[in-house]
Design a protein around this ligand. Structure first.
Ligand SMILES: Nc1nc2c(c(=O)[nH]1)N[C@H]1C(S)=C(S)[C@@H](COP(=O)(O)O)O[C@H]1N2
Ligand SMILES: [Mo]
Length: 388
């Protein structure tokens, strides 16, 4: 509801109590992001290096954390990751096929998908490579996705009793070396049947109220709320049910985490496929209104109970979390007023805590330090700022 759209008559009818209530509502909406009129953003002193040429096709449109000013990331500022090309798809000739171990294969047009029950979900999508490289530090965004639930479609397709995994294919494809053979393969990722039947997974055709932008998967993508971005297959055109584990590149060779762990005095290497998102936060920006400084950030990857901020080697101080706009798998915006910072260089670190008491690990924590691959880098993020 937007206050300005209320006819004047309603104010007269409901009287001053209603007006007071609406004023409250308006100010709580304004707090959806802790901006103060007239403030300026102090740019971070440690700017990420540019995306290297070799990766500049894959990773595009990385936003600047300094530009974050809303709970929802506008489409124009949403990062895009594509491992092959970014196909341009004609929605008229496009269809979605559901095949494999099913009793009733389906072929759906975009119109027939849009005619099905609509469901919206606000969720944060982070590339699991984020913070795995110095140049990759803002591959995360929060959007309102709209589409239709996946589970009823799988039910209609009548999955056979041997069905165990559901593989999602994009139209994008490239040459892959598998042992001594080169094969052209489509981008693909799988979910176990149990995961795929989760009620909140949607086939999305809208992003923040607009048709899915082409770099983000037009005309249709999977959205798996609460999982790293890799699971949310873009340019989706085929769903296949398999009776054995899917071992494609982005499931079993790339996007795998290898970590050395201690077991009874022995070191074992545990290698797992990237899946559910991990607890994380990052300082987004420092703002200044005269000499009043404020640190603003985001926290995501788990239900966020608390965010704490540390300035230089000082104590961990609780930030206030904006709860005016919430969704299960959406980030929380937090802020902390920074009283009278001394002139000079400062380091700002944040750590998120979930409702089970898990704390976002320090970079020295064995969970991070003993990781041998760059995915799932959810260690605490430190930024540097210069106060004049
Ligand atoms: N078809 C297809 N889907 C894909 C990818 C891809 O390369 N091809 N990249 C994945 C990865 S690694 C991420 S992080 C997210 C990024 O989604 P976005 O580009 O909308 O931000 O899409 C995922 N879905
Ligand atoms: Mo990714």
């Amino acid at each position: 509801m937007h206050v300005d759209h209320l006819p004047r008559r309603d104010f007269l009818t409901y009287g001053s109590a209603a007006i007071a209530g609406l004023t409250l509502l308006r100010s709580s909406m304004a707090q959806a992001f802790p901006t103060r009129p007239g403030e300026e953003v102090v740019p971070w002193a440690d700017q990420p290096p540019p995306v290297p040429t070799a990766a500049s096709g894959v990773v595009q449109n990385l936003p600047k954390w300094e530009d974050l000013n809303s709970w929802l990331t506008p489409n124009a500022r949403f990062f895009s990751v594509a491992h092959y090309d970014r196909p341009v798809i004609d929605e008229k000739s496009w269809t979605l096929e559901i095949a494999g171990s099913v009793g009733r294969p389906l072929q759906l047009t975009l119109d027939s998908i849009k005619a099905r029950p609509r469901r919206e979900v606000v969720c944060t999508l982070e590339c699991s490579g984020n913070h795995g490289f110095p140049w990759l530090t803002s591959a995360v965004g929060n959007a309102r996705w709209a589409g239709t639930p996946l589970a009823p479609i799988l039910e209609e397709a009548q999955i056979r009793s041997n069905g165990r995994e559901v593989v999602f294919f994009g139209t994008d494809a490239g040459e892959e070396q598998v042992r001594d053979t080169k094969v052209r393969q489509n981008f693909a990722r799988s979910l176990s049947l149990a995961d795929a039947m989760r009620g909140d997974i949607i086939l999305a055709y809208e992003m923040n109220g607009a048709p899915l932008p082409q770099p983000n998967g037009f005309p249709l993508r999977l959205i798996v709320p609460g999982w790293y971005g890799i699971a949310s297959v873009k340019w989706l055109d085929r769903i296949e049910v398999l009776d054995s584990p899917f071992m494609g590149r982005f499931q079993a060779r790339d996007y795998v985490t290898l970590r050395e762990e201690q077991r009874d005095g022995k070191t074992v290497g545990i290698e797992t496929s990237v899946g559910p998102a991990l607890l994380k936060s990052a300082p987004a920006q420092v703002t200044r209104l005269g000499n009043q400084y404020r640190i603003i950030g985001a926290a995501w990857g788990a239900p966020i109970a608390k965010v704490e901020v540390r300035i230089d080697d000082g104590p961990w101080t609780a930030a206030s979390i904006d709860r005016s706009e919430e969704a299960d798998h959406a980030w929380r915006i937090w802020s902390l007023d920074w009283e009278r910072p001394s002139p000079g260089a400062h380091r700002i670190t944040s750590r998120a805590v979930d409702f089970e008491g898990h704390v976002q690990p320090a970079t020295s924590d064995p969970l991070i330090a003993n990781k041998r691959t760059y995915w799932e880098s959810n260690g605490q993020v430190t930024r540097q700022v210069q106060v004049n």
